[in-house]
Ligand binder design. Sequence first.
Ligand code: PHE
Ligand code: ZN
Length: 882
Amino acid sequence: MDLGSEGRTSETIRLADYRPTPYAITEVRLDFRLDLDGTRVVAETLFRRRDGIAAGTPLVLDGDELDLAEIRLDGAPLPPDAWTATPQRLEVRTPPADDFHLTVTTWLDPERNTKLMGLYRTSGNWCTQCEAEGFRRITYFLDRPDVLAVYTTRIEAPRAAAPYLLSNGNRIDAGDVPGTDRHFAVWHDPFPKPAYLFAMVAGTFERIADRFVTASGREVALEIYVEPGRGARTAHAMDSLKRSMRWDETEYGREYDLDVFMIVAVDDFNMGAMENKGLNVFNEKYVLADSETATDADYAHVEGVIAHEYFHNWTGNRITCRDWFQLCLKEGLTVFRDQDFSGDQRSRPVKRIADVRLLKSHQFPEDAGPLAHPVRPSTYREINNFYTATVYEKGAEVVRMLKTLIGADGFRAGMDLYFARHDGSAATIEDFLACFADATGRDLERFKLWYTQSGTPDVMVSTHWDASAGRLRLTFDQTALPTPGQPVKAPMVVPIRFGLVGPSGDDLAWERVSGAEVAGDVIVLDGAHHEVVFEGVTARPVPSLLRGFSAPVRLTLGSDTADLLHLMSHDRDPFNRWQAGQALAMRALISGTQAARTGQTVEIDPALASAFAAVAADESLDTAFRALAITLPNDADVAREIGTDVDPDAIATAIEQLRARVATAGRATFRRIHAEMASSGPYRADAEAAGRRALRNAVLDHLVRAGDGDLAAQRYRQADNMTDRLAALTAAVTVGLPSAEDLLADFYQRFAGDPLVIDKWLMVQATAPRAETLDRVRALTAHPAFAATNPNRVRALITTFATGNQTQFNRADGAGFAFVADQVLMLDRINPQVAARLLSAFRSWRALEPRRRAYAEAELKRIVAAPDLSRDVADIAGRSLE
Ligand code: PHE
Ligand code: ZN
C-alpha cells in the first residue's frame, strides 16, 4: 500500500503560497552504511534561523516512508516531548535560538524500494534518485530546491559487493575499515546545492576513464561507469560528453567546475537521466551505443541526453529553481541548449524537423486536452506529473522565441547577465526574464504570457495580392481555445519568421511594411488581429510563414495546392519545404478519412503523389532531409489535426490509400534510390552515412507497401547494423509480411541477452496495427524478457502500445483501454510514476468518436474509484475526467 501518499491525495500546492523556510541549512554530513540486508543513514545537518524569524519557531522537516532510529540535537538525545515524528514528517518543537545541529539516523530498505525514488537497488548496485522529492526518502530534510547546502558524504560498504563508492563533488578520503571486509570513501561537494541534486552510487561497475582540459587549462577526469562487459559501448557517450563540454565553453563561456565528472549507467530508472552535481545517473539506454545494437536515432538520443545533463551543470545546478513551479527555468532552457548543440553537430534543419515533430506529437495533444497546463504551472498536486512535454519542449520553444525576438547578441548578453546575477542561488522565471529585459532594454511583460497561459494559439492567415499595386496584404487572427482553469485567453507575442517566395523560387524584396512590428525576417504579432501590408512587391509572392517553426502555434493558411507545391519544391527554408509537403499530405488524409467513414474513396491528385518521389530524388538536398520529406504524416498526426469525433480506423484506411498511391507513383524512383543508397564499404556512424541509411530505409518502407515485400526480409538478413535491421523488421511486421514471424524469432535469438535491444523487439510488436496485437502484447507481459518492475520494459511494451498504436489502443470494442487500465492499476502498486505516465495515454479521450469515448471514460472512472491509489495516478485520472 502506498502509505507515502495516504491522506495527501487532495492537497493542492500553490505558487501564490510560496514562502521561504524559517530555517536555512548550511551544511550536511551524510554517513551511509550499506549492507546487503539494509542501510543505515546518519544525517548531521546544521540549521540556521533566517533573519526575521522568531526564536523557537518549530522546525518541520519532510519525510517519506521513513523509519527513524534516533534523533539528537547538538549531540545530545532529545527529550520525548521536544519532537514528534511520523514516516512523513519530523517536527522539533522549540529549537535553540542559535545555529544547531540535528543528527538523525534512519533505516532504509533499498531492496524493496520499487518506486525507484530515494535509495534503491538496480542490478545488484545501490543508487539514489532524489529529484524531485526523493531525498526525503533517505532522511528528514527541508526537501525543496531553495534550501542550498554544502554536502560531505561518507559511504561504507562491503568491498566485494561495492568496489566503487561514489557521490557528488571531489573524493577527499578513502580506505579500508580495519578488521572488516568493508571499505569507505568520503566525498565533498564545495558547491551549495539543493537536496534534489544529491546522489550516491555504490556497486560493481566497469569504469571507462578519459580527460578533458577546460578553456582555462584545468584538467578534469571524465569517468563513465557501466555494467561490467558494456564498456566497449561507451565511446560515443564519452565523445558526446567532450563535445558538450567544449560547446558550453564556446557558445556560453561556461566551464566545468569540479575535478571529476562522472556518469553512471543503470538499468532501472524512471526517467532518461539525472543531472546530480558531478555524478550524473543515466538510464543506460542513453549511454550505450554501438552499431550492432543501437540505431542512428539512438546515437542522436545519447548525444542529446549527455549534452542535456552536462548543460544542467550551469542551467539547473549552479543556478537552480526557487520552487518546483519554476521547473521550466532549468528544463526548458536546458532542452533549448541541447537542441541547439545537436543542431550544430549535424544538419540543423533535420534536427529542427525532428524537434518539431516531437513537440507536435507530444506537447500539442497535451495542451489540447484535460492535462493542459502552463509552461510554468501555478498549482500542482503531484510534482512528478509535471515533468511534461509542456515544461520541457514548449519551455524550450519559449526560450527559442525569446532569442528570435531579441536576436543572438541580445540573447547572449541576457544569459551572461543571468549567470552573473544568479550563480549560486535559486531563481524564478521573473528573474530570468528580467536579465533579458535589462540586457536589451526590451519590455517582456506580454511575452511572459507564454509561461503563464496554457493552450496552443491558433493563427489564421489570409492573403490578398494586388498585382497592379504591387501590394500584399496578410491578415492574421490569433485565438486560443479554453484550457483547464483558463476560460479566456489574451493574445500572445508570436514571432513569425517569413519570406515572400517569388515565381523563380527566390525570396522577393519589398519596400515598405505596416501593420505590425517587422524586424528583419520576423513579423511580431502581439494582438488578436493584424493586417500586415507589404508595398513594392514586384511579382506574385507565395508567403512562406513560420519558417523554422518560429513559434509553437497552429498556423492555418488558405494557400492552394499549387502554392504549397511551389513551396515544397522551392522554399529556401528547408523546414517550410518539409512543412509544405506535410500540409499537402494532411489535406489529402483528412478528405480521405471523411470518405472512409462513409465507405467511399477520394481521388488523390497525381501531382501530389509524384511530388514525394521528386523530393526523394532531389540531389541538391541532404539525404536525411529527403528521408523526412517522404515520410507521410502518421495516424496520430491526422487524429490531432481532425481534433474531434476521431475514428482511428477511418484514418488508418486513408493513410493506407495515400501510401499506396505515393508508393505506386514513385516506385521506379524509390527502387533506383534504394539501390544507389546501398552502403559501399564498412559501417560508419557519421551524419553522412546515417543520412543515406535514413533515405534508403524511408524508400524501403514505401516499396514494401507497394508490393516489394521480399526486400524487407532480404535487407534484414544482409543488415550489418541495427538501423537497417530494425527498419527492415519494422516494415515486415507493420505490413504483416509472411516473413515477419521468422524475422521476429531471429531477432529475439540474436539479442536475447541484451535487454535494451529486446526493448526494440517488444516495441515493434506493440506497434503493429493489427487486430492480434492486443493478445500478443498481453502474452508478452508473461514473457521472461519482460519485467513489470523495470520502467524500460514497461515503456517498451505497454506504454508503446498505448501511445504508439492508434488503432489497437483505441479499439472500437474498448479492449485496448481495459487492458491499459488494468496495467495502470497493477503498476501503481510497484511504481506510481511509471503508472501515472502510462495513464496519461488517455489524455485525448474526449477527441474520440462517441463509442470509443464512452469506453475510455468508463476505464478512467474505474481507475478513479479504485482503492489506495497513489497520488500520482489519482491526480492524472482526476484531471483527465475534469
Ligand atoms: N532532471 C532530469 C532531466 O531532465 C529529469 C528527471 C526528473 C530525472 C526527475 C529523474 C527524476 O534532465
Ligand atoms: Zn533536464
